[in-house]
Write a protein that binds this ligand. Structure first.
Ligand code: ZN
Length: 473
């Protein structure tokens, strides 16, 4: 006797929070397709546990389709493989190239963070902990990746055809439009927006419209906010450089995501240097991943918009100017720590939860001549989020530090569209024909405000899934 099993969607991450993106689609023939496999980041003391519990059996996943390479969308793939998944991982060429450096880096960061934590635990006679996965797991994951074409369709099997639509978030990022054929041969369509970029991104092409969909899984990061206008970037950056590095002879520390954000800041500083405005201070890109990501970006000019392509005809290299130093080795990085001269340090990770930026903050955050410049989204529970919220004291590597440095923030470097830009992006849809719009990837209060705006735009059936909540499609 066989039972009819309807098609279902379950969000196992980025559900009422911004990280851990992981959406499980179970077809009516029993196939399990995972859209993204992100790591939870900056969820406070729950982070480790969240990353250790799937909610489903990795061995039952048939394949994974990725929207883009950010770690909160791909970072648990090596653990999925370690825990028994052996299917294919479909992604665009840009995403595969970026995953090639990011997943290995993620494995190394965890291994080194765990070493540091274990050293301290050993001193206190506490039990030691293990990294979630290692470099070998990451390498095995990369060998399972299969390229899908950009802005084009790809038939995976008799149940699933996926079409990708560039969405301007980071290099290689796309919205995924799925045509799902049911047992009775009827077809339902579902779009996963991934993270929605901006129409006027400094480097990338603008997001493309996607076909009418029965179901949409839509991100919500900036569902309740508007960004500063883009053309304020250079004067704003100049003011901070002049105040911190010239007047106070201090350092500027910029926690930045290695991909896109870092290159946007470098490109803005490059434009200032090319125009002869930037004072002669050293600028360090201190993150092996950011250095490698900049190389990958330089290679993939097919994703560049016409403005940067035109700038390249004048300047040659948009990511290179005098006094800009790309730092890969740990020794060089440590030297920056002891330097007394004014400088700009751009380092990962963006939420300051991992990587070398934690060391730079630890060494410089108590000095009032310095500035911490926050340039993107930071979850409220992350280190960058707590600095942004104005906490007078923050914990770094388990020790308290006074926040005496000036805290500045520039939202306009965001790789996410604000609510107006996201509404414009969704205007390609006949809202009343969308059977259900699922809001993911946002803080719950933001999602409630975003839902109101979407209802006003005509989307009548909105769900804000709880982690593990099951929806019949
Ligand atoms: Zn992203």
């Amino acid at each position: 006797m066989s039972y009819y099993c309807p098609m279902k969607l379950t969000c196992w991450g980025a559900a009422r929070t911004v990280t851990g993106s992981k959406h499980l689609l179970s077809t009516d023939k029993g196939k399990n397709i995972l859209l993204d496999c992100g790591m939870f980041q900056g969820e406070g003391k729950d982070t480790l546990l969240l990353n250790d519990t799937w909610g489903f059996d990795p061995k039952t996943i048939d394949y994974v389709i990725l929207s883009h390479a950010h770690i909160d969308h791909t970072g648990l793939l090596p653990k999925l493989v370690k825990d028994g998944f052996d299917g294919k991982i479909y992604a665009t060429a840009g995403t595969i190239d970026l995953c090639g450096i990011m997943l290995l880096d993620s494995a190394r960061i965890q291994e080194s963070d765990i070493k540091y934590i274990n050293k301290r635990k050993a001193k206190k006679n506490q039990p030691l902990v293990e990294p979630i996965y290692d470099e070998e797991d990451a390498k095995k994951t990369l060998s399972n990746m299969v390229e899908i074409p950009l802005n084009s369709s790809f038939t995976i099997d008799d149940e699933v055809t996926v079409s990708t639509y560039e969405n301007g978030h980071i290099l290689g990022s796309v919205a995924l439009f799925l045509q799902l054929t049911k047992q009775d041969q009827s077809v339902i369509t579902l779009t996963f927006t991934g993270d929605i970029g901006r129409k006027d991104d400094a480097i990338l092409n603008s997001p493309l419209p996607f076909p009418q969909s029965d179901y949409i899984i839509c991100e919500s990061t900036y569902g309740d906010r508007l960004h500063e206008p883009q053309d304020d970037v250079e004067p704003h950056l100049m003011r901070i450089v002049m105040e911190t590095c010239v007047e106070k002879r201090g350092k500027i520390m910029i926690p930045a995501f290695s991909i896109d954000r870092t290159q946007e800041i470098i490109y803005a500083l490059d434009r200032l240097a090319f125009a002869g405005k930037l004072p002669k201070i050293d600028v360090y890109v201190d993150s092996p991943l950011s250095v490698k990501a900049t190389r990958v970006m330089s290679k993939h000019r097919e994703y560049f918009n016409k403005d940067i392509l035109e700038y390249i005809t004048k300047d040659g290299d948009p990511f290179g100017f005098p006094n800009l130093h790309y730092v890969e080795s740990a020794e060089e990085s440590k030297k920056i720590n002891t330097m007394k001269t004014p400088c700009v340090i751009i380092s990962a990770s963006g939420m300051a939860e991992a990587g070398r930026i934690k060391h730079h903050l630890k060494n410089n955050i108590e000095n009032p001549n310095n500035t911490v410049l926050l340039v993107g989204y930071a979850s409220p529970r992350s280190l960058a989020g707590r600095i942004k919220a104005g906490d007078p004291e923050v914990m770094i590597f388990g020790e308290p530090y006074k926040v005496n440095a000036k805290v500045e923030s520039m939202e306009n470097f965001s790789a996410h569209g604000d609510y107006k830009e996201m509404l414009e992006y969704l205007a390609c849809q006949n809202a009343s024909a969308v059977k259900k719009l699922f809001l993911v990837h946002g803080e719950y209060n933001t999602q409630l405000a975003w839902a109101e705006k979407l209802k006003f735009a005509g989307f009548n059936h909105i769900e804000i899934p709880i982690k593990g909540e099951e929806f019949i499609l």
